[in-house]
Design a protein around this ligand. Structure first.
Ligand code: HEC
Length: 357
């Protein structure tokens, strides 16, 4: 009786403790099954001994018992979720193969790709020619946009980057679009494209000490994000990964701001403030844009929260002090000058810009 009670008490404890530790549901069920199994085993220890049997009867019982247990194991195991070894093997091949390739085979592959792209180009040319015959192009704008091949190429790169993200299993710690990392190990990346340049993303992945996400100081100090990708990825894969990450621009998902380590204040400038209506009430969910008026410095978007507050992180560097920044929200526009001391690597570089719409 005492053993039974212990078993029954352990059941809910196991269930809720494993839930609190964020184990997936199948594991919870498995742990509970173990408790039940353990309880049964302990109860069986108290069972009265079976009468002594011998001869062929004992042999038959042994075989029967063996068959029964085998049946239980086979049925039980086939009920559990299965890994598909071919899928896992495919993943490993994808990572390992490029590293095993000789320069010659790489070269051959490149040639092949080049040939393919030439064939495609030829096909596109004949199609364009046919199209022009059917509907002659009057203005250049009506023709096949010349930017299209490049756009298709960059789409391939993004798809490849997404694949790299999956292969390297970044999702173990990061969430994108609500998918990934069950436990909050690392920051959400939904808006990372608005916070980091491709260059900075690449630097972060190959040298994790380069920057850290705000609010993840402890994890950063512990070195939670693995510093091993330099050995696992080629530069081409890193480029693709950065291209993919830079497409993640969803300001409605709060994504931790990057903090550049030590002297890295010199990498960014924050524009922040409130957007209010004419009566002074804060306006929520208004897109805000900040545009540095300097060639090569990208504009970025933000959105006001329920208090009408927004923050936009811009990539302007030491040498950019004095750059003008135009901040717009709907029809409201303000221009400020980003002034800071390039020698000062400690003070946060930022400016408040409130707007009335
Ligand atoms: C074992 C967990 C783990 C894995 C795997 C991991 N990261 Fe991270 N990552 C973190 C943690 C924790 C942080 C925050 C602390 C820091 O920046 O060091 C972080 C930070 C980042 C940041 C900065 C985010 C911000 O808001 O500033 C980027 C970008 C990033 N990781 C990309 C990646 C990519 C790409 C991969 C896969 C190649 C990856 N991470 C794999 C744990 C991980």
């Amino acid at each position: 009786m005492r053993k039974l009670i212990i078993g029954v008490v352990l059941l809910p404890i196991t269930w809720f403790a494993s839930a609190a530790m964020h184990f997936p549901r199948v594991f919870q069920v498995m742990f509970v099954l173990y408790v039940i199994l353990g309880t049964v085993v302990f109860l069986l220890l108290d069972a009265p001994p079976v009468p002594k049997i011998g001869g062929w009867k004992a042999g038959a019982m042994l075989v029967l018992f063996y068959a029964l247990i085998s049946g239980v194991f086979v049925v039980g195991a086939s009920l559990l979720p299965q890994y598909d070894p071919t899928v896992e093997k495919g993943k490993i091949d994808k990572i390992v193969k490029p590293k095993m390739e000789t320069p010659e085979s790489r070269h051959a592959k490149l040639e092949e790709l080049l040939k393919k792209s030439q064939e495609l180009q030829a096909k596109a040319d004949t199609l364009t020619a046919q199209l022009n015959k059917i509907a002659p192009v009057r203005t250049p704008a009506a023709g096949v946009p010349s930017g299209e091949p490049a756009a298709a190429g960059s789409q391939d790169l993004v798809a490849r980057g997404k694949e790299v993200y999956e292969l390297q299993e970044c999702y173990n710690c990061h969430k994108i679009g609500g998918k990934g990392s069950v436990k909050k190990r690392g920051p959400v990346l939904d808006n990372i494209g608005n916070l980091l340049t491709k260059e900075d993303m690449k630097k972060k992945v190959f040298d994790t000490a380069y920057l850290y996400a705000e609010g993840f100081e402890k994890e950063h100090k512990k070195g939670l994000m693995p510093d091993k990708y330099k050995e696992l990825m080629t530069d081409e894969e890193l480029d693709a990964l950065a291209a993919y990450l830079s497409t993640l621009k969803n300001p409605s998902v709060e994504t931790p701001k990057p903090i550049f380590v030590k002297s890295r204040v010199d990498h960014g400038f924050i524009v922040y403030g409130y957007v209010r209506d004419k009566s002074g009430k804060p306006v929520a969910d208004v897109p805000v844009n900040a545009q540095p008026l300097k060639a090569g410095r990208e504009a970025h978007d933000g959105k006001t929260n329920k208090d009408g507050y927004y923050e936009i992180f811009l990539h302007i560097h030491n040498e950019d002090s004095g750059t003008k920044i135009v901040v717009t929200a709907k029809d409201a526009k303000k221009e400020i000058v980003a002034n800071y001391n390039p020698e000062d690597k400690v003070t946060k570089r930022q400016a408040a810009v409130d707007l009335v719409i």
